[in-house]
Design a protein around this ligand. Structure first.
Ligand code: THU
Length: 144
C-alpha cells in the first residue's frame, strides 16, 4: 500500500485504519492487549506491525518492532508519520523502548499522532540518544 503527503500533511485516517487492521492480527495470549502500528515512509509506502507475545514475557515484540522489520525488509527509508492503536482503535503512545526504535528510523522529523494530537518525536523523546552520538566518538577515534 502507498500514500503521499499532501499540502495538508499525511493521510492520518488512512494510517489509523491500517494500524487497526494490524491490531486485528496481534498474537496476545498473555496480555490480551492487541496493538497495531502503521507508518508512512518517505517513498510513499505504508508499513505496519502488530505485537507478538511470548511465553517468556520479556521476549514479547511490540507492534513497533514488527513495523521496523517491515520498513527494513521493504527497502528501508525514513519514517515520516506514525500511529499506533489499541484493540478499540484508540490512539496510544509508543512505549519508551519503542520511542528509541522510532527515533533511529525517523528522528526529529517524524510526526506521531498521539492521544494529545500530532506531535514531533522530539516531544516523545527529548534529548534523544541516536546515531549522531556514536559518530562523534567514532570520528575522534577512527578504527585502525
Ligand atoms: N505494546 C506494544 O506493542 N507497543 C507499545 O508501544 C506498547 C505496548 C504491547 C506489548 C504487549 O504485548 C502489550 O502491548 C501489553 O503491554
Amino acid at each position: 500500500m502507498t500514500s503521499s503527503v499532501t499540502s495538508t500533511g499525511p493521510d492520518w485516517e488512512q494510517l489509523r485504519s491500517h494500524a487497526i487492521s494490524m491490531a486485528a492480527r496481534a498474537y496476545v495470549p498473555y496480555s490480551h492487549y492487541p496493538v497495531g502500528a502503521a507508518a508512512l515512509v518517505d517513498d510513499g509506502r505504508i508499513i505496519g506491525g502488530c505485537n507478538v507475545e511470548n511465553a517468556g514475557y520479556g521476549v514479547t515484540l511490540c507492534a513497533e518492532c514488527g513495523l521496523v522489520s517491515d520498513l527494513v525488509v521493504g527497502g528501508g527509508g525514513r519514517l515520516l508519520a506514525f500511529v499506533c492503536v489499541n484493540a478499540d482503535g484508540d490512539l496510544i503512545t509508543p512505549c519508551g523502548r519503542c520511542r528509541q526504535l522510532l527515533w533511529e528510523h525517523g528522528g526529529a522529523a517524524l510526526q506521531v499522532w498521539s492521544p494529545a494530537g500530532v506531535v514531533p518525536m522530539t516531544d516523545l523523546l527529548p534529548q534523544a540518544f541516536g546515531p549522531e552520538d556514536l559518530d562523534v566518538v567514532a570520528t575522534r577515534h577512527p578504527a585502525q
